[in-house]
Write a protein that binds this ligand. Structure first.
Ligand SMILES: Nc1ncnc2c1ncn2[C@@H]1O[C@H](COP(=O)(O)OP(=O)(O)OP(=O)(O)O)[C@@H](O)[C@H]1O
Length: 451
């Protein structure tokens, strides 16, 4: 295999044996041997189920591949075969480099052992010596951030804690190939973003295999996509094209061509009355809706800083409505970043970015463009604030994190002094945003005859 290739899968097939009755498994382990001994054709007590059939592809070093497919299509089976936790029925897998995998939840852990013991066990399976694990242990538990639970048996962990610990281990074993199966779905926004930051750094040199039902995550991370359907490679190519083809197929499977034709016919022949009612309306009132809660996370926020300046607080205030702590998409708010200069800042800049759970930048602003005309310098020891007044966009349900930063400089050259991830957490609990990453307030949506 060429040294540029990280994974080569050739004619890979996996057949599971399905036993209709539990005692058929026992029969299978005894009778065929006996039947062979007495010269009879051995009987088979199971049905064959081919989870993967004749799968072949190559992944270059440094490439990120997204694997998509419906439930039960064979994605996890493929990853387990690549990681060596499952044996193929036929075909071959060649890998080049150390593989670390985040497969089925808790699959690498012994539930009776503590988190600490599991870290040592897992790290050793992944090729680290005891000394190497000792030197990395503090970083691993800092990454996992599960507090005293590290000394409790893993069986007492929530699914989120399990993923935190598992990811913390694989992030510290110097893997060349990282295999991640859907596991990030159970993490909260802060942890998922931390993992995504790690994954993005890893992508600069490592090879990543990523299974997800989240097309946003696939498109965000992967250049190449593999669509597995009923155990075969349906399509392989540019991630965007593969995701579109897959979505098209999923929609067709749900609604079907026949259903589409029927509903069109019906709407043409039977809904004239409803249509004319609708055409009478020049504009329909649209009830957009997205409710946020905002949580101060400064005590747990992490980032990096120089000694020169620091963010000390961030406020998120309502401007027009009265209900405390509940924010609505479309309403006016003020974000205030409080900072302190530890040395003189000639051209201070304050800014923030709102990110989704995958760490994608959704919106944000900094003071740079606004202070160009009225620059203000800050003396050592002074507190200063940046205020941003705007209308909240509407966001789909989920958790979002606000990054805040302080820097010094101008458009051409500036130096970051404090960059703080997850300073605030926005929790959107009820939203009608259905498309895209951010919703906007549509004032009118009209359908009418053009004549
Ligand atoms: N140990 C097993 N014994 C028998 N059948 C199995 C076994 N493991 C998986 N299968 C079957 O193999 C098929 C592929 O399963 P697999 O878990 O690889 O699918 P998947 O694409 O990862 O699904 P999902 O998206 O739901 O996680 C499924 O039909 C599943 O029922």
């Amino acid at each position: 295999m060429s040294s540029d290739i990280a994974i080569k899968v050739e004619n890979l097939s996996k057949c599971y044996q399905i036993y209709d009755q539990p005692h058929d498994r026992l029969k299978q382990s005894i009778f065929p041997r006996f039947q062979r001994l007495v010269g009879k054709q051995p009987k088979q007590y199971f049905r064959e189920f081919w989870a993967l059939k004749d799968v072949s592809f190559e992944i270059n070093k440094g490439e990120t591949i997204g694997i998509i497919g419906r439930n039960g299509s064979g994605k996890s089976t493929l990853l387990q075969l690549i990681c060596g936790t499952l044996n193929p029925t036929s075909g071959s897998i060649q890998t080049n480099g150390r593989i670390a995998a985040l497969l089925e939840l808790g699959s690498g852990f012994n539930p009776e052992f503590t988190g600490r013991e599991n870290v040592y066990m897992n790290a050793s399976v992944l090729g680290l010596s005891m000394e190497e694990t000792n030197t990395r242990f503090a970083d691993i538990i800092e990454f996992a951030d599960i507090g005293d639970f590290i000394n409790q048996p893993v069986k007492t962990y929530s699914s989120g804690m399990m993923v935190r610990l598992a990811f913390a281990v694989i992030a510290h074993v110097d893997a060349d190939i990282l295999v991640i199966d859907e596991a990030l779905a159970v993490g909260d926004a802060v942890f998922t973003q931390k993992c995504m930051r790690y994954i993005r750094r890893f992508q600069e040199k490592g090879t990543l295999l990523f299974v997800s039902h989240d097309m946003g995550a696939i498109l965000n991370l992967c250049e190449t996509g593999v669509w597995i359907h009923h155990g075969i490679v349906q399509e392989l190519g540019e991630a965007k094209k593969i995701a579109e083809a897959y979505l098209q197929d999923t929609l067709q499977a749900t609604y079907g061509d026949t259903a589409k034709l029927n509903s069109t016919e019906k709407s043409q022949s039977e809904s004239t009355e409803a249509q004319s009612d609708y055409l009478d309306q020049t504009a329909a009132q649209i009830d957009y809706h997205a409710t946020f809660s905002v949580q101060d996370n400064m005590d747990y926020a992490k980032g990096w800083k120089t000694e020169s300046a620091e963010i000390i607080a961030i406020d998120f205030e309502k401007l027009d409505s009265q209900i405390e702590n509940v924010f609505h998409g479309g309403e006016r708010v003020r974000v205030i970043i409080h900072a302190k200069a530890n040395q003189e800042l000639i051209k201070p800049i304050l800014g923030f970015i709102v990110r989704d759970r995958l760490g994608q930048d959704l919106f944000g602003e900094n003071t740079l463009s606004f202070t160009d005309l009225h620059p203000c310098s800050i003396q050592a020891g002074q507190h200063f604030i940046g205020e941003f007044v705007f209308r909240l966009p509407m966001l789909p349900n989920g958790e979002y994190a606000v990054m805040a930063s302080v820097a010094d400089g101008d458009h051409h050259e500036n130096l970051q002094h404090h960059y703080l991830h997850n300073a605030l957490i926005l929790n959107v609990s009820s939203s009608k945003v259905r498309y895209g990453l951010v919703g906007i307030q549509f004032e009118e949506v009209i359908l009418k005859s053009a004549e």
